[in-house]
Design a protein around this ligand. Structure first.
Ligand code: THU
Length: 145
């Protein structure tokens, strides 16, 4: 993994990169042929990784980030310290809009989101940078019991 973008040691980016790359190779993407891997580092130090899983009924497909979040919740964690995604192609592949909202549910505005290509990190964003002025759990405080 090359260091195109600096990252603090506590984000354990090399470990997240390897976890995301391992699951990217298992993506089920026979329709788009666009394999994605996502790895989450939680505040408790656990790592959860998943790939995208497509479906012949296209809208039923799930993104890699969504799968990793489900695994995180099933694993008993709910606080994201960093996210790393990996995809192929020449462009910087950032999380789709839906996944930005999914990640936001369990993040802080400063949570780091690393976008990688096969060679390493291409860009890093903050949660607030990817989804500014976002809607979240605080907006529902006082409305739901
Ligand atoms: N995909 C992800 O897994 N994460 C994203 O943030 C962007 C898109 C997947 C969904 C679909 O299987 C394929 O990439 C093409 O859109």
């Amino acid at each position: 993994m090359s260091d195109l973008v600096s990252h603090p040691a506590e984000h354990r980016v090399p470990e997240l990169f390897e976890a995301a790359r391992a699951v990217q190779s298992r993506a089920y993407a026979p329709y788009s042929h666009f394999n994605v891997g996502a790895a989450i580092l939680t505040a408790t130090g656990h790592v959860y990784a998943c790939c995208n899983v497509e479906n012949a009924a296209y809208p039923v497909s799930t993104c890699a980030e969504a799968g990793a979040i489900s695994m995180m919740i099933a694993g008993g964690d709910d606080s994201i310290a960093a996210v790393l995604t990996i995809c192929d192609g020449d462009e910087v592949g950032t999380c789709c809009g839906g996944c930005r909202q999914r990640i936001r549910e369990f993040s802080s505005p400063t949570t780091a989101i690393y976008a990688c290509g096969p060679e390493g990190v291409r860009a890093v964003f903050t949660m607030d940078g990817l989804l500014p002025v976002s809607f979240g759990p605080d907006n529902l405080r006082g409305f739901v019991q």
